[in-house]
Design a binder for this molecule. Sequence first.
Ligand code: HEC
Length: 117
Amino acid sequence: MSLKPSVLPRLEASHHEKIFALAVVAAGLGAAELRITLPPETATLKPGPGAERANSICLTCHSADYVSTQPRLSRAAWTAGVQKMKAKYGAPIQDNQVDPLVEYLVRNYGTEPAKKP
Ligand code: HEC
């Protein structure tokens, strides 16, 4: 007997869906009271300088969750991340857009303390 494709779990289930599915399983196991706290709205990246560019380039293939659920990353890690999106996944990022994108990511999702403007 072969598995019907329709009963296979969706491989592309979003992070939220996975959390919800876990919660449902937990509830089914008899958790007395279950509170589900949804994370704040994460449909777009954090606002601020460069956000428009990041939203338009980084959200064409995946949700903002891919960025916002990362731990805070170093400049080197974000640089490597942007380069990976460009080289490995073919993200349409011009060479002169790499630095501004990294700048935005470091400022909003990085480990460096925020720069004074
Ligand atoms: C051309 C499509 C595409 C674009 C554009 C894109 N990504 Fe990705 N990204 C991917 C794919 C594919 C994955 C891997 C998905 C998976 O493993 O489930 C990924 C995964 C990620 C991850 C998870 C960690 C990892 O390395 O797998 C992060 C963080 C990320 N992307 C950030 C970004 C940022 C920041 C941008 C904008 C500069 C961006 N992405 C633009 C395709 C893209």
